[in-house]
Design a protein around this ligand. Structure first.
Ligand code: S3P
Length: 169
């Protein structure tokens, strides 16, 4: 089976879900989100999973999700949680696209959203800004390493982002 999936990776709040939904409108592809899959599998929110079980348990669910995606999904735009890029089979699932932005650009994007507080609250690893910056710094190079395509999304119109992704794919 030819996979033909697109996997969107990048830091929390960079707009992976928004880009996935916009890509769906311009293609014949379907869209799914790894956090949504995990939440429905567990019947509880990511925040609750972290609180109840801790991060390693969540990372295991991500691994299970990655294996499932590789076996079962095609013609789909897959938006991922910010830590999903660590999955070893990422390149077997589909073409990896990294949505790149500075940390400040991400914070600005979140703060501009009408539901900014909710966007912050629901993310356990975004509760302490100093810690979040450290996490961002530890990941930026890794995102670039695993990606086939890098798209700078900071301060860019969604239409231009979509055009760039479809042009590079
Ligand atoms: C995480 C990002 C979150 C979610 C979880 C952990 C991370 O997804 O998977 O809170 O490790 O960066 P978003 O990138 O959609 O916020």
């Amino acid at each position: 089976m030819k996979k033909k999936n697109i996997i969107l990776i990048g830091f929390m709040g960079v707009g992976k879900g928004t880009v996935a939904r916009a890509l769906v409108k311009k293609t014949d592809m379907f869209a799914i989100d790894t956090d949504d899959l995990i939440e429905s599998m567990e019947n509880r929110k990511i925040k609750k999973i972290f609180e109840d079980e801790g991060e390693p348990y969540f990372r295991n669910l991500e691994k299970k999700t990655a294996l499932w995606l590789e076996k079962n999904v095609s013609n789909t735009i897959i938006s991922t949680g910010g830590g999903f890029y660590k999955q070893e089979n990422l390149n077997k699932i589909g073409k990896v696209v990294y949505l790149k932005s500075s940390f400040q650009g991400i914070l600005d994007r979140i703060n501009e959203a009408p539901n900014a507080q909710n966007k912050l609250k629901k993310r356990p690893l975004l509760q302490n800004i100093e810690e979040a910056i450290k996490l961002y710094d530890s990941r930026v190079k890794e995102y670039e390493k695993v990606a086939k395509i890098v798209v700078d999304v900071e301060k860019k119109d969604i239409k231009d982002i979509i055009k760039e992704i479809l042009g590079k794919i």
